[in-house]
Design a protein around this ligand. Structure first.
Ligand code: IMP
Ligand code: MG
Length: 180
């Protein structure tokens, strides 16, 4: 595939696959002993759709899926802004065992607000799974239960992650070339 604009392959497709399999095992272990499990896996669009599609195929438990789209307003680079629900869930959350799935947690601002919205709807339990995390960028604490990989402060794309809506289809994760 043409990798124009991508400086280097940062996380290979093989590394992604083994990380997702490991997360699936952790999730299976966590939920398998739970009585009356009613697992609802919620993905934040658009970034999480590739990861979530892979992840749920490693979860060996009955589950339902739903998606939500939110957008942050204000200063796009710091995302401290209000989070607006652009497309809400179809499924009720009350009483469910909710697993939130995100592509990457950066400052934590977006996800922190989404967690608040979900908690307000009274799930029975709430766990958070992210494929990537940039701990050095965090502005608000996000209680991550299942984390694929911690990465340094680099802008990455591929495997669902975009730059200006492009590159989501890359089967690996790359670092974007810096413009000089
Ligand atoms: P936060 O509110 O700063 O945690 O923003 C998280 C959101 O910013 C993610 O869901 C991504 O959509 C986007 N984002 C943050 N870092 C990256 C990156 O390195 N590549 C692509 N998108 C990113
Ligand atoms: Mg996102």
């Amino acid at each position: 595939m043409d990798n124009h604009g991508i400086d280097k392959e940062f996380i290979s497709a093989e590394e992604i696959a083994s990380t997702v399999a490991r997360l699936g095992k952790e999730i299976n272990n966590h939920y398998s002993s739970k009585q009356d499990l009613d697992l609802l896996v919620i993905g934040l669009l658009r970034g999480s759709f590739v990861f979530m599609a892979d992840l749920i195929r490693h979860i060996e438990l009955p589950l339902t899926v739903d998606f939500m789209t939110v957008s942050s307003y204000g200063d796009a680079t710091t995302s401290t802004a209000n989070v607006k629900v652009v497309m809400d869930l179809d499924e009720p959350v009350e009483g469910k065992d909710v697993l939130m799935v995100e592509d990457i947690i950066d400052t934590g601002n977006t996800f922190n607000k989404v967690i608040g919205l979900i908690r307000y709807r009274k799930p029975r339990s709430l766990k958070i799974c992210t494929f990537l995390s940039k701990p050095s960028r965090r502005q608000v604490e996000v209680p991550i239960d299942f984390c694929g990989m911690e990465i340094p402060d680099e802008f990455v794309c591929g495997y669902g992650l975009d730059y200006a809506q492009k590159y989501r289809n890359l089967p690996y994760i790359g670092i974007l070339k810096k413009k000089d």
